[in-house]
Design a protein around this ligand. Structure first.
Ligand code: HEC
Length: 166
């Protein structure tokens, strides 16, 4: 008789245990199996490469002409090395789909900010600082010239340039 009553006392605990297991299963499925959780907040995206901020190129006319003014201006001197038609001179052709230092907006923004001092491109082209917005504008302008096919572009460097998709 004593045994029976012991078992009866244990039952609620056992049910509580089952409930906990069921909740854990629901939680795992919700957050780790479903791509969009059924309840609760969407987990913060974690798949981005280090340093990437997911910047997107600007496409509106005002931003592109602001970017063009920076590229053609005397302050940052982009055109002196990359040419006014972006076909490349000291610096590489910026109109083809061959890139040596990365072609995502994030990477290009970083490249303009830090430059390539050993190769002659100073930070921001000439060390004359640009705001984050201005860097994004000039990068967006460069991206807008993709495929523009200027005459006599600087040849690619087959040892370094590689196809890159954004
Ligand atoms: C003094 C010359 C010079 C100036 C001024 C200059 N660049 Fe460059 N740029 C270079 C050189 C040289 C490279 C190639 C670096 C390398 O070999 O890795 C380069 C590389 C780049 C790249 C990467 C190309 C690739 O294939 O990945 C971008 C984008 C770029 N420049 C944009 C700009 C912009 C925008 C400006 C103005 C803000 C600018 N550059 C000003 C010389 C210059």
């Amino acid at each position: 008789m004593k045994r029976m009553s012991d078992e009866r006392r244990k039952k609620p605990l056992l049910y509580a245990f089952y409930v906990v297991i069921a909740l854990a299963a629901v939680y795992v499925v919700n957050y780790h199996v479903l791509s969009t959780p059924f309840f609760g907040k969407t987990p913060v995206e974690t798949a981005r490469p280090e340093g990437a901020t997911g910047l997107v190129a600007l496409t509106d006319a005002a931003s592109l002409s602001a970017g063009e003014a920076i590229f053609m201006g005397q302050r940052n001197l982009c055109h002196t090395c990359h040419r006014k038609d972006l076909g490349g001179l000291v610096g590489p052709n910026l109109t083809d789909d061959m890139w040596r230092d990365g072609c995502t907006v994030d990477q290009m923004v970083q490249n303009v900010k830090t430059g390539f001092p050993p190769k002659g491109m100073l930070p921001f082209g000439s060390t004359q600082r640009l705001t984050d917005q201005e860097v994004l504008e000039v990068v967006s302008f460069v991206i807008s010239k993709q495929g523009s096919n200027p005459k006599n572009p600087k040849p690619i460097d087959p040892t370094r340039d590689k196809p890159c998709t954004r």
